[in-house]
Design a protein around this ligand. Structure first.
Ligand SMILES: *[C@@H]1O[C@H](CO)[C@@H](O)[C@H](O)[C@H]1NC(C)=O
Ligand SMILES: *[C@@H]1O[C@H](CO)[C@@H](O)[C@H](O)[C@H]1NC(C)=O
Ligand SMILES: *[C@@H]1O[C@H](CO)[C@@H](O)[C@H](O)[C@H]1NC(C)=O
Ligand SMILES: *[C@@H]1O[C@H](CO)[C@@H](O)[C@H](O)[C@H]1NC(C)=O
Ligand SMILES: *[C@@H]1O[C@H](CO)[C@@H](O)[C@H](O)[C@H]1NC(C)=O
Length: 651
């Protein structure tokens, strides 16, 4: 496997080198050509991107500014100029990774082959087609009209709801109290993934009931603006009255109005015993749960067996007390207003983020990635990339053993087997048979984006009741690495390898907290302050300005993470016996492997709050021996302080 990987990478390099002589002549033709499965073609695909990245890097730096005076200024010196020349590349560099994932998704979404992937594919294309007129329907329906026709539990009341939102006299004249029920509406919406008054979510056989965080409550003006599409042609006072009613309601539910707060406190003293978080079910909440679980079609046994955790009961009680005292009409208006706003869904790419598990299940099957690289090669490459990280993590875990935190030996041994762990985790988490079963019941209607979105959310909610909770941000969980592995693969299709170390590799170290060291950070603080005192000069050495406590902590953390990431990159160069080729390629652009990572990291910060990042970057870099090695600054240069900080740490 290892051997295969080396061959693949070598093929890429050879292609890069071969095509160097015609760097300028082939500039942008390759991208337009469809990629084919042959190695040579995909090699060219890589090399084109590799070249354009390096060209961009060279263009952004300004060689008339000395890197040894102010590295940040040097590395970003031509940023504005480069943007002007190449507006197509005007993407802020720090968005590279996300942009690459979006690019890949939008290019491939039509080719998805698994059942979950096809659901996403249809949903995404319907999202894109919303509001476009077609042969059968010359006037595209408005947002509100499509909600009414696509969502079954709204369509049921379509005639009445055309006149939504309701004033008091309308509500009474048309006897809407009997027809429209805010509890049923809100519960139905929640069961379809649009919580409006209460947030109920699941982990394996567990039900959490929580208040809605950030209950939406915009200003009067914003309420009025957001209602303008449904109130067109009505008197402006209608909009004023309705907005005011909704605003009083939501402020009350958030406990911002004194009346509600005093009420609940009185309520509380008579009903809830302190220290025991019990959700008191009044008629409304009971009714709500019945509608909610009814819509999700959970069986009675499932519900009885499940553990139930109410969270932040006080807040729920306050909110529901307010609901009880509010006219049903107003609550109905507010619930539906939330749904309407929530379902505007301006950015269709969100489909891929919302249903990431389905997307990753599709990617993991490798249908759309096969033409670029095989899963085995990708896994081997990723394993190599995280090797030092895993070693470090393992050693810090076994250090914890000293304090009695004993891991089973088998777990520890597995630590380094990233590829094996990922495979094992994916077999469960992205189990395609399980997803097939769960989602085969979802039957989409054609051209019904909102209806289908809600169907898929309902299925996802049901599925979450059967799945263990997974924290994808936790670096001790395989889920974190599975997700990053897929990001890594997509990134490697679009960027040269050093980009990985400059972005995700660096992030991995920064977020893991493995490098935190309180003593080191205090030493650094003293030292950096002394450095500022000794060298600061507003004219000659502005980069030594004094730093705040938080900035110093950031610099310390950045310094250590960068160094580690740089070592990872060098380790990779050696591991692949790749250094020769890399050197050769970079040389052509006037760069070398010693320097390239310094540029790649710095240029992600170009044009973003320059005075903050310039300090972080320059002070971080100047204190690294690796920087001095790469740039060989003269003794009197600002980027070469006489005494360096943070270099004598025990590892
Ligand atoms: C590139 O072109 C030069 C002459 O212009 C030639 O000597 C060299 O061998 C070529 N390199 C490659 C890799 O084709
Ligand atoms: C590079 O920096 C120099 C010195 O600040 C400046 O005069 C020049 O305009 C810069 N070059 C570009 C292309 O912006
Ligand atoms: C609800 O679940 C039952 C079994 O639990 C099933 O027989 C029935 O078809 C389901 N109904 C819907 C609408 O999914
Ligand atoms: C999942 O469903 C798809 C399409 O319905 C089918 O081709 C595939 O074989 C199924 N996979 C598994 C593992 O059941
Ligand atoms: C995958 O799902 C199927 C069907 O739900 C199940 O039989 C199988 O044991 C699962 N495999 C793993 C590795 O979890």
């Amino acid at each position: 496997m290892h051997w295969k990987l080396q061959l693949a990478l070598l093929a890429i390099v050879i292609n890069i080198v071969r095509s160097q002589n015609d760097t300028e002549s082939v500039t942008d033709n390759t991208e337009a050509e469809p990629e084919t499965e042959s190695d040579v073609e995909s090699g060219q695909f890589f090399s084109h991107l590799y070249k354009s990245n390096l060209r961009q890097m060279v263009k952004i730096k300004n060689d008339s500014l000395d890197p040894c005076d102010d590295f940040y200024a040097h590395a970003c010196g031509n940023f504005d100029q480069a943007l002007k020349e190449d507006p197509d590349e005007s993407l802020p560099p720090y968005l590279y990774n996300k942009q690459d994932r979006m690019g890949f998704f939008t290019a491939q979404v039509a080719n998805f082959q698994t059942l979950p992937g096809k659901l996403i594919s249809q949903l995404y294309s319907e999202c894109r087609q919303r509001g476009q007129s077609n042969a059968f329907c010359v006037n595209p329906p408005t947002h509100w009209e499509s909600l009414l026709s696509e969502i079954p539990f709204l369509a049921q009341h379509e005639t009445v709801l055309r006149d939504w939102p309701f004033l008091q006299h309308q509500w009474e004249r048309r006897h809407l109290n009997g027809q429209l029920n805010w509890i049923a509406l809100s519960a139905q919406l929640a069961a379809h993934g649009v919580p409006t008054l209460l947030n109920i979510y699941f982990a394996q056989e567990t039900i959490y009931v929580a208040p809605l965080e950030d209950l939406p409550c915009p200003s009067m003006e914003d309420f009025q603006t957001s209602l303008s599409d449904v109130l067109e042609g009505r008197h402006h006072r209608v909009s004023h009255v309705i907005s005011h009613e909704m605003r009083v309601l939501c402020r009350g539910m958030r406990g911002e109005l004194p009346l509600a707060r005093s009420l609940t406190r009185k309520d509380r003293t008579t009903t809830a015993s302190p220290g025991q978080e019990q959700l008191l079910l009044d008629e409304n909440t009971m009714d709500y749960f019945q509608h909610f679980f009814g819509s999700l079609n959970f069986s009675k046994e499932q519900l009885e067996r499940a553990r139930k955790f109410p969270l932040d009961v006080d807040k729920i009680t306050t909110a529901w007390e307010v609901l009880r005292q509010t006219e049903p009409r107003i609550v109905y208006n507010y619930v539906l207003w939330q749904a309407k706003e929530h379902l505007r869904y301006p950015d269709c790419y969100r489909v891929s983020e919302e249903f990431e598990r389905l997307l990753h299940a599709e990617y993991w099957q490798w249908h759309v990635l096969n033409s670029h690289l095989s899963r085995e090669v990708a896994l081997a490459a990723y394993q190599l990339h995280t090797t030092r990280f895993q070693q470090r993590r393992r050693s810090s875990l076994s250090q914890r053993d000293w304090y009695g935190y004993l891991l089973p030996a088998s777990v520890e041994k597995k630590e380094l087997q990233v590829a094996r762990i990922l495979q094992a985790h994916a077999q469960h988490y992205l189990n395609i048979s399980e997803l097939n079963e769960t989602y085969s019941g979802v039957s989409f209607k054609r051209n019904s984006f909102h209806g289908n979105l809600l169907l898929l959310r309902r299925a996802q909610l049901r599925h979450s009741f059967e799945s263990p909770y997974i924290d994808e941000e936790d670096v001790n969980q395989p889920a974190y690495f599975l997700r990053h592995f897929l990001h890594f693969v997509l990134l490697s299709l679009y960027r040269p390898t050093f980009h990985y170390y400059a972005t995700q590799g660096l992030e991995l170290w920064r977020q893991s907290r493995l490098l935190l060291d309180t003593d080191g950070s205090y030493t650094a603080m003293d030292c950096l302050e002394r450095q500022s005192l000794q060298h600061f000069d507003a004219e000659l050495a502005p980069i030594y300005r004094s730093l705040s406590f938080d900035e110093i902590k950031e610099i310390f953390h950045f310094h250590r993470s960068f160094q580690t990431s740089l070592r990872d990159y060098r380790f990779w160069l050696q591991g692949e016996r790749f250094a020769f080729a890399e050197t050769f390629v970079l040389q052509y652009f006037g760069l070398n492997p010693q320097r390239v990572l310094f540029y790649a990291v710095a240029q992600q910060l170009c044009n973003r709050q320059a005075d903050i990042f310039a300090a972080q970057l320059n002070r971080g870099y100047m204190n690294m021996p690796e920087f001095q090695e790469a740039f060989k600054c003269g003794a009197a240069k600002p980027m070469n302080p006489s005494a360096r900080c943070m270099i004598n740490m025990c590892e």
